[in-house]
Design a protein around this ligand. Structure first.
Ligand code: F6P
Length: 487
């Protein structure tokens, strides 16, 4: 059997440690992990044919509990330690906590994520000093730890599929160590246009590009992000960019650039949504909302998700169209994310403050206009998708956004999708959604109003088309295409 190595920061499982020292394993979260777990297997799920390959998934230990589990497993191999990691062999890397913290929080999430999502107005970002150099060295060390593990474990001629902005240096490091391997890199984020990319110090910006150009194939979720990457490669001295063939030649090696959209395994999602924990939550939500219309949003507490402007749009709709007061409820579910970073803690507080203002302004003893819940409850999100009349997805910028795809698949009432034109998903779903400029609160408010007014037949027809488009590129195809691109 051929071998495929997968590398990503977050792996298919993570651990928590109780006071008595017991480790409990659970499924890792996020779009990338869901996509990969669908093809490589995950806890409780069989792998679905990544070309009949033998998969080794290399990931980082994300906290103290993960580190304990990785240390206790033989050479970090969780599957060999008896954990249910689905069909894949999983090696969890015990990267020193300080190195991990700087690589993940300071470089990947505060710098590269901010650049690609145009979060440039946050004061910390265009700020590179001696401390940032130290952080960058940790990012190099973190990438080298992945490259070392893959170089050691890969069989001759194997394929290695490296994921995301945490690991942009790893493709070149791996090529230097193992030129016999076929290497792919995939970006789950948008890619910054050159004028924003240039906020990075020149040497760091160049190293990120050089790192990805160490791969044979560099994949993106949409043409827009692939084109932006090609534009940035145009900044790299010595790189020859062929926009028609979508290739970049650099230092004697050519990288092909590909577009691979990621969608949903509709059957698996429906199966999950039929489980009792989702049904009981749907009953509780129905009771809470009664016969009122329902606007739903589901996000991580993430700056790029634009939750505050979404709430402001709901407020403006209630102000401009008072006929909806008492007749609509907005459910906003936010999963705590990256709270080690002050920007994320402050943003979550801003979301909560805005929600309180809306409740104070419009709430009555009989009517809660807004229910904001900041906690992690996946079955509750699935239940809300089923009940939604309107699904609001308004990121300022997003690689794809799988909420926009999951919602229509589970919708029971024919929910209308109000979708940001800046989400990667807009390229596939836009014509069936109500598209908005995410910065334009008034336009978003009006789209919510139009969505609530839309006749039932039109809603159902649009929702059917959205669901079909959302399931058109299931994860096994996305992954298979990346592997095929290496042949
Ligand atoms: O590429 C984006 C991504 O890695 C997605 O998988 C996921 O939605 C999110 O970022 C998870 O972020 P984190 O691993 O920092 O929680």
């Amino acid at each position: 059997m051929s071998q495929v190595l997968v590398a990503s920061n977050r792996g298919p499982v993570s651990f928590s440690l109780s006071d008595d020292g017991t480790l409990t394993m659970r499924r890792g979260g996020g779009g990338l992990v869901s996509g990969l777990a669908a093809v490589t297997g995950g806890p409780g799920r069989p792998p679905s044919e990544p070309g009949g390959a033998d998969v080794l998934w290399v990931c980082a230990a994300l906290g103290e509990a993960d580190r304990t589990a990785a240390r206790q497993a033989p050479d970090g191999r969780l599957d060999e330690a008896g954990y249910d990691t689905g069909g894949a062999a999983v090696r969890m890397l015990d990267i020193p906590a300080a190195t991990f913290h700087r690589a993940y929080n300071a470089v990947a999430n505060s710098t590269l994520w901010f650049i690609h999502h145009l979060l440039y107005d946050t004061p910390r970002v265009p700020h590179f000093d001696a401390r940032s150099r130290r952080d960058w060295q940790s990012y190099e060390a973190y990438n080298a730890a992945f490259a070392d593990a893959m170089a050691r474990d890969a069989a001759e001629g194997s394929k290695a599929v490296i994921q995301d902005y945490h690991l942009s240096l790893a493709p070149r490091m791996l090529r230097d160590r193992r030129p016999d391997l076929k290497i792919a890199h995939f970006s789950h984020t948008p890619w910054a246009p050159p004028e924003y990319y240039r906020l990075l110090p020149d040497d760091i910006g160049a190293q990120v590009l050089e790192g990805i150009l160490g791969a044979d194939h560099a994949g993106f979720l949409t043409e827009r992000w692939a084109d932006a990457f090609l534009d940035c490669c145009g900044l790299l001295p010595g790189a020859r960019v062929d926009r028609v063939a979508r290739t970049v030649a650099y230092k004697g090696h050519t990288t092909r650039i590909g577009v691979h959209g990621l969608g949903i395994d509709g059957e698996e999602l429906r199966r999950r949504a039929s489980e009792s924990d989702v049904i009981s939550r749907a009953e509780a939500l129905s009771e809470q909302v009664g016969d009122r219309k329902l606007i739903v949003r589901v996000d991580r507490t993430e700056l790029s998700k634009n939750i505050v402007r979404g709430l402001a749009a709901y407020r403006e709709m209630l102000t401009n169209h008072p006929e909806w007061r008492g007749r609509v409820v907005h459910l906003a579910f936010a999963y705590p994310s990256r709270h080690d970073l002050p920007e994320y803690r402050e943003y979550t507080a801003a979301v909560q403050r805005t929600a309180e203002q809306i409740t104070d302004e419009f709430g009555t003893p009989e009517w809660d206009p807004l229910i904001l819940q900041v906690n992690d409850d996946y079955p509750r999100s699935l239940a809300a998708y089923g009940l939604a009349d309107v699904l609001m997805v308004n990121p300022i910028r997003d690689g794809m956004n799988l909420v926009a795809k999951e919602g229509p698949i589970l919708s029971e009432r024919g929910s209308v999708l109000v979708l940001s034109r800046e989400a990667g998903a807009a390229a596939e779903l836009g014509e069936h959604a109500l598209m908005v400029n995410p910065y334009d609160v008034s336009q978003t408010a009006e789209a919510l109003h139009q969505a609530l007014l839309m006749p039932r037949d039109e809603r159902l027809a649009r929702c059917d088309r959205l669901a079909a488009a959302a399931a058109a590129l299931p994860p096994h195809r996305w992954f298979g295409d990346q592997l095929d691109a290496l042949d």
